[in-house]
Design a protein around this ligand. Structure first.
Ligand code: FES
Length: 122
């Protein structure tokens, strides 16, 4: 129930500890390593976590990043309350969640700006 094992199964945040291996058969399973390219820079979300000191011991971080990646794929303009609600499935004993919330809201805003710039270029 801590959320630390959260992975993305076909893009959807899922707790690995509650899945049987057979349930993943034939499906795409992404761990946190899938957020950044091979030997590439951190993803925008990972970089924002670093900027906002959204992790300390890191025990919860992989699972939270996977939930945030799924969430930001669905929610383009989330409120702080929505971010906090999404995080309710994760226990973090270190950060107090404030930096995590700031990081997620910042990435959502950056992606909105990026989409707007792409539309303006067309
Ligand atoms: Fe330590 Fe979240 S950073 S439990």
């Amino acid at each position: 129930v801590c959320g630390a094992c959260t992975v993305r199964v076909d893009g959807v945040a899922s707790r690995a500890c509650l899945m049987l291996a057979v349930q993943a058969d034939g499906r795409r399973v992404d761990t946190v390593e899938g957020l950044a390219g091979d030997d590439g820079p951190l993803s925008d979300l990972q970089a924002a976590f670093r900027r906002h000191h959204a992790l300390q011991c890191g025990f919860c971080t992989a699972g939270i990043l996977n939930s945030c990646a799924d969430f930001l794929g669905r929610e383009r303009d989330p409120s702080e309350a929505q971010v906090r609600d999404m995080l309710s499935g994760h226990l973090c004993r270190c950060t107090g969640y404030t930096g995590i919330v700031r990081a997620v809201l910042e990435v959502a805003a950056q992606r909105r700006e990026q989409r707007q710039e792409e539309r303006d270029d067309v």
